[in-house]
Ligand binder design. Structure first.
Ligand SMILES: *Cc1c(COP(=O)(O)O)cnc(C)c1O
Length: 430
């Protein structure tokens, strides 16, 4: 594996300029299919005897470069890009699991993931027990004989809880199940979960990696370290009828999982990334380091400022010294704690909604990780479908406002919020 550092890999990994016509920028290969030399060549590609491109639902030269780059910066052996972050989670889980299997997941999850695990996968016989991840042993305590995956977010959205990845990896290892970590909010610049024992890393590329709110994408990255041969994963140790009897573990060894994600997951579920979107995401990834440092700096300063405002009841940002997760943040996110800040106001649900309605620079929308600042009131929007109890376990209180702090001038961001606080106060007086 390359010894190059993050900044270099984010710009160069996977792109051989000589093989790509001398192009300095990664070209967009906007093609659905690839001409075979002859039928024997085609047969070799289909049987995996030779590497090569077959059809863009499975692989594409632009996507391939993005995959190599993401695998390099996360320290994985391989990656598969998908149409969205949600597609990455779904494709990873459906590659591993079958009806009757069970997941233990952190309760502090992105709303869409929570819904997938809680409501949609059970329709296919895959159930989930949600646990408080702050006690790593909770994962093992909730595990059953049919448990096949531990799943968590390294920095929970929107709870902003920092996970003790090392401790949870240990539990997963002892239970012989892979530990899947959604590293979207932390980003690969601030944190590499594989270094701390994660087996599979997922990102929504839609957020900080693309970084400017234009493009959806996702990725599954394989550490290549998990032992699939324990007997718990017949998908990898028994002949696959969907691939002419291939036994993934025997033939593909450490790349069994990521190969199966591509040749069965993408083939059968079809959530391929458009090469045009891969190109956009590559542009974003090139500047991830400089952006995420600035997002983190702005977020920390805004969090400190919010704490001083009389209208603000509480502020949550793992970079604040009195934060519950500060010690874990120092250990796992020493270079910055990313761009999300949450806070609550005295007026609860109604006032939180009003604040989200009234800001001028912060846009009211359901996204994070844009260069522009964003605001949302999760209880009435992204987490509306959840019961109040479920909202509480995912960290969403009625008064919680989530900010995705952008790259604007910090003084303008403070003025924007201050203006709204003042307006609300005046309204209360009349
Ligand atoms: C947005 C998000 C997702 C889903 O990604 P999409 O690209 O929107 O499908 C998954 N996990 C986290 C933590 C997210 O923030």
């Amino acid at each position: 594996m390359s010894t190059q550092k993050f900044s270099t890999q984010a710009l160069h990994a996977g792109h051989n300029t000589k093989l790509n016509g001398g192009t300095r920028a990664v070209p967009i290969y906007q093609t659905s299919s690839y001409v075979f030399n002859d039928s024997d060549h085609a047969a070799d590609l289909f049987s995996l005897a030779k590497p090569g491109f077959i059809y863009t639902r499975l692989n594409n030269p632009t996507n391939d470069i993005l995959e190599q780059r993401l695998a390099a910066i996360e320290g994985g052996i391989g990656a598969v890009v998908t149409a969205s972050g949600t597609a990455a989670i779904n494709t990873a889980l459906l590659t591993l699991l079958r009806a009757g299997d069970h997941i233990v997941a952190s309760s502090s999850l992105y709303g869409g993931t929570y819904n997938l695990l809680k409501n949609t996968l059970p329709r296919f016989g895959i159930t989930t027990t949600f646990v408080d991840p702050q006690n790593p042993q909770n994962f093992t305590k909730a595990a059953k004989e049919n448990t096949r995956v531990f799943f968590a977010e390294s920095l929970g959205n929107p709870k902003l809880d920092v996970l003790d990845l090392k401790a949870i990896s240990k539990e997963a290892k002892a239970y012989k199940v892979p530990f899947i970590v959604d590293n979207t909010v932390a980003t690969p610049y601030l944190l590499n979960p594989i270094e701390h024992g994660a087996d599979i890393v997922i990102h929504s590329l839609t957020k900080y990696i693309n970084g400017n709110g234009t493009t959806l994408g996702g990725v599954i990255i394989d550490a290549g370290k998990f032992d699939w041969s324990s007997g718990k994963f017949p998908e990898f140790t028994e002949p696959s009828p969907g691939y002419h009897g291939l036994v993934y573990h025997d033939v593909l060894q450490e790349s069994a999982f990521i190969a199966k994600v591509r040749i069965e997951g993408l083939r059968d579920h079809g959530a391929a990334l458009s090469p045009y979107n891969a190109f956009q995401i590559i542009q974003g990834l090139e500047t991830l380091k400089v952006r995420i440092k600035e997002h983190s700096k702005n977020a920390l300063e805004l969090a400190k400022w919010l704490k001083e405002q009389p209208e603000v009841k509480w502020v949550n940002y793992p970079g604040l010294e009195d934060n519950k997760y500060y010690d874990l943040a120092k250990q796992y996110l020493p270079e910055g704690q990313s761009g999300l800040v949450t806070f609550g106001v005295e007026g609860g649900y109604e006032d939180a909604k009003k604040i989200a309605d009234e800001t001028q620079i912060f846009s009211l929308l359901a996204n994070i990780g844009d260069t522009k600042s964003l605001i949302i009131h999760p209880a009435s929007t992204t987490h509306q479908q959840l019961t109040e109890e479920e909202q509480a376990t995912t960290g969403v209180t009625q008064d919680l406002i989530r900010l995705s702090v952008g790259l604007e001038d910090i003084e303008d961001l403070k003025s924007d919020l201050k203006g709204v606080f003042t307006k609300l106060k005046k309204r209360d007086l009349v």
